[in-house]
Design a protein around this ligand. Structure first.
Ligand code: NAD
Length: 497
């Protein structure tokens, strides 16, 4: 494995102390508390953000509510809102260098990866929902009940209200765009809470929204730790909806927190996605495909292919090829142009990942390659392939959220499907085979929200994404991604005949 020994300095200065965006105010926390923002490639703090309290969250919700009630955004014509969303996309592109610099310094992913695979999707999401604004419409309905002849009846689609938007650290700006773009398209006002590890681009995006013409109060950003700031949003009685991406554990806690005013919830949670390789698969694409499925973004992708199920007749060849692919992955600091993956997000996350591998070894699993952290600064962890696992091990059952794949053999198609579905999760999966009938059959039988055939697919903005089972509620992206931000109202008009 090749790794950079020396780290280049940041190419742009960053502001040391960042402020939250609440209404038209840029401010710190009322308590005066700050939290450190760490560069995971160096393991050192480089900025600070306010630690928002309940009181700050309340201010942000009030600002959002005021902007919702006085129609300053939702009252605009579809055309005008659409133009502003389009403008946000343009400003994201114009500021792409700065945003990519911030995002990668904060999250650790290589700049080249961010520019090629992450940033284009962010602007595209705002453009997609700029178009979707134009298609928010109700229906005229013929009533069926006796005595309603002559009524004029129709439905309206209206914004759900103030939306709390809580996002994780693994793809901070991308996951925020999947929520903020449809929320704004629908006419909602928002209170955004980025992950405490990666708050900076959310603040910059709020500034960009203001610059693009979103009225103050419609996009507010509060920063702070989840159990304080996030929990305050989840429990706030004047927040109508929460859209959350994060762990299944926190998702479950939001169900409790949302009880007070029966908030609507969209939950994009964890995964333990299967990659199923049949004996007739083209291994020259299946092996690199399986490697990319788990090692991209250092495995910190909710749809990562962390369980590799391989037909027993080709498993040795696949394990060998995958181990070679793992060893060839270049880890590096974000400014290393050859780097394919960066560090894990934090020391804690690396401890978590290595803890799973060590537990697997104690349970009898065999590490084929990886399983250690390289000797360098930052929170790097080597791409890791584990075999000899059984389906009861925590390594196989729980989401690790790191570059660790567990490989298991199967004997036939029905066993492959049963193993693929032997999980509490249901976010994604992929099937690798040359048999088109089998591809469709297995794709239909795996209980997950996204299936790739001969590809472990990344999401496209036009296709819905989300989870079956304990991977979540609702869908993001595509036309379905707008629905959670809209209510349907039925209007009956008695017309004198
Ligand atoms: P996390 O659940 O700990 O945190 C996610 C967000 O929730 C953060 O902003 C955090 O501050 C906030 N939060 C934490 N506790 C909270 C509470 N009690 N109330 C309200 N908010 C709270 O998740 P994480 O470890 O930061 O992120 C990784 C997880 O996200 C993984 O499990 C991964 O699968 C999941 N994820 C899912 C998807 C998807 O689309 N399904 C996408 C990306 C990540």
């Amino acid at each position: 494995m090749s790794e950079r020994e020396h780290v280049q300095p940041s190419v742009q200065p960053v502001r040391d102390k960042w402020q939250m965006v609440i209404g038209d105010d840029h401010r710190g926390a009322s308590s005066g508390e700050w939290i450190d923002v760490v560069d995971p490639g160096l393991g050192e703090p480089f900025a600070q953000v306010p630690q928002a309290s309940d009181r700050d969250v309340d201010d942000a919700v009030r600002a959002a509510r005021a902007s919702f009630d006085d129609l300053r955004w939702r009252g605009w014509s579809a055309d005008r809102r659409s133009q502003v969303l389009w403008r946000i996309a343009e400003l994201i592109e114009q500021n792409a260098a700065e945003l990519a610099e911030l995002e990668t310094r904060n999250q650790g992913m290589p700049l080249a990866f961010a520019k090629a695979h992450v940033f284009p999707g962010i602007a595209r999401t705002f453009r997609y929902y700029a178009g979707a604004v134009e298609r928010i419409e109700g229906r005229a309905v013929e009533l069926r009940s006796p005595g309603t002849r002559g009524f004029h009846a129709y439905t309206r689609r209206e914004p759900v209200g103030v939306a709390g938007v809580i996002v994780p650290w693994n793809g901070p700006l991308l996951s925020l765009s999947w929520k903020l773009a449809p929320a704004l398209a629908a006419g909602c006002s928002t209170v955004v809470k980025p992950a405490e590890e990666t708050p900076l681009t959310a603040i910059r995006l709020a500034e960009i929204c203001l610059e693009a013409g979103v009225p103050p109060g419609v996009v507010n950003v509060v920063t702070g730790v989840g159990h304080v700031t996030g929990a305050a949003i989840a429990a706030h009685l004047d927040v109508d909806k929460v859209s959350f991406t994060g762990s299944t554990e926190v998702g479950r806690s939001l169900l409790q927190a949302a009880q007070g005013n029966l908030k609507k919830l969209t939950l994009e949670l964890g995964g333990k996605s299967p990659v199923v390789v049949f004996e007739d698969a083209d291994l020259s694409s299946a092996i690199p495909g399986a490697a990319a499925a788990i090692f991209s973004n250092a495995g910190q992708i909710c749809t990562a292919g962390s369980r590799l199920l391989v037909h027993e007749s080709v498993i040795d060849e696949v394990v060998e090829g995958l181990a070679r692919a793992a060893d060839a992955v270049r880890l590096g600091y974000r400014t290393d142009e050859q780097a394919q993956i960066g560090p894990l997000i934090s020391h804690r996350q690396r401890e978590r990942v290595s803890g799973y591998v060590e537990q697997g070894i104690r349970d009898g699993a065999e590490v084929v390659t990886g399983g250690t952290a390289p000797a360098r600064e930052g929170f790097f962890y080597r791409p890791t392939v584990v075999k000899g696992v059984d389906p009861t091990m925590s390594l196989v059952r729980e989401e690790i959220f790191g570059p660790v794949v567990a490989v298991m053999p199967f004997a036939d198609e029905s066993q492959a499907v049963a193993m693929a579905n032997d999980t509490d999760y249901g976010l994604a999966g992929s099937v690798w085979t040359a048999d088109i009938d089998r591809a469709h059959r297995v794709a239909a039988q795996i209980r997950a929200g996204r299936i790739g055939v001969n590809v472990h697919a990344s999401p496209d903005v036009a296709m819905p994404t989300g989870g079956f089972k304990q991977s979540g509620w609702g869908r993001e992206l595509g036309p379905d991604g707008l629905d959670p931000y809209l209510e349907t109202k039925s209007v009956y008009v008695a017309v004198d005949a």
